[in-house]
Design a protein around this ligand. Structure first.
Ligand SMILES: [Zn+2]
Length: 330
């Protein structure tokens, strides 16, 4: 590792090609972000999809949103920081202007990263305070609905869960719930469903255990429907890390591939989902994950600002190329 007070002449960022640290001053330099830092490759995909989403907003007559998404994260400012695991420096996002439009692919990606980071930070405390809890992962669905009826169907879904959680038999002492909507195969319907991480007492498995059939029956009753809605439940093994499950619960509300597929479906989705809640927490989880219910204040993450700063690199979005490339910044 380079001494902290010494600026690197050359460094390698997970790349075969050495890149001069001072090259950002060079107007001729046009290295792609994904080449310099392969772990930042997702930027190209998300920003590229944001171009399509901006277009969809425009087609749907939502020009103000279209403009905001269009201007989102056009310029990325990365700090160079030491990578403790390797004898190298790595890029860390330091500045970008985000549009914060709900269905902007870049912003929803950043939002989920921030939510996950916050959840991971609270997790050790939860495990320390309640070492004996066990966890279940629940997926609750109902029949697909026309996209034009999504809002009322989401209400029904959430109401069904509220009813379920108030049942005496309900074993959850804490829960974290998120809403996901996927596009139906016919491209005109929507498939809303809930992902729930449920904390239960260890005794659940010996007293008060609910079988899959019983869960299904309960869900049907709470939803108040005359068909059998699909429900999945799995117990998480005691030693299995909760991180993976948290990632399942805290993810996008709508997959990017669904956001970009059809402008008419998208425009209706925007109207139907306006101001609906993405994540909710209950029971003892309120003491640990409450902030997941709110929009993260910063989409960058300034947890360790005191890290050694070894200079900056800037990247601008090249729409025609679908890549971020290094730019000079005076
Ligand atoms: Zn955005």
């Amino acid at each position: 590792m380079l001494p902290h007070n010494q600026k690197p002449r050359a460094f390698i960022l997970n790349s075969d090609k050495p890149i001069l640290a001072s090259s950002y001053k060079d107007r001729e330099s046009t290295s792609a972000l994904s080449d310099i830092s392969p772990r930042d490759k997702p930027w190209d995909k998300h920003r590229s999809n944001a171009d399509i989403v901006a277009h969809h907003y425009k087609r749907g007559g939502m020009n103000r949103y279209a403009e905001r998404v269009d201007l989102c994260s056009q310029l990325l400012d990365f700090r160079l920081v030491p990578d403790d695991k390797k004898d190298e420096v790595k890029l860390k996002l330091s500045g970008a202007k985000f549009c914060r439009v709900r269905h902007c692919p870049v912003c929803q990606w950043r939002r989920s990263l921030r939510w996950r980071a916050k959840a991971m930070k609270s997790l050790p405390k939860l495990v320390e305070d309640h070492p004996k809890l066990r966890y279940l992962f629940l997926t609750l669905t109902l029949k697909n609905c026309p996209i034009t009826e999504l809002r009322e169907t989401l209400d029904k879904l959430n109401y069904g869960f509220r009813k379920l959680s108030r049942r005496k038999i309900f074993p959850g002492v804490g829960w974290l719930k998120s809403v996901e909507v996927t596009q139906g195969k016919d491209r005109t319907s929507a498939h809303p469903h809930l992902h729930v991480l449920l904390a239960v007492k260890t005794s659940y498995f010996s007293h008060g255990y609910i079988s899959q059939d019983k869960w299904c029956e309960l869900w049907k009753t709470c939803l108040g429907v005359n068909y059998q809605p699909i429900l999945h439940i799995k117990a998480i093994k005691p030693k299995k890390s909760l991180n993976t499950i948290l990632n399942e619960v805290i993810k996008y509300q709508v997959k990017e591939s669904d956001l970009i597929s059809d402008p008419a479906w998208f425009a209706e989705l925007v109207t139907q989902m306006h101001k609906t809640r993405a994540v909710a927490v209950g029971g003892i989880f309120r003491d640990y994950f409450k902030e997941l219910e709110e929009e993260p204040e910063d989409l960058i993450g300034k947890d360790d600002e005191d890290e050694d700063d070894q200079g900056h690199l800037y990247f601008g979005w090249r729409r025609s190329e679908k890549r971020y490339r290094q730019v000079n910044r005076e």
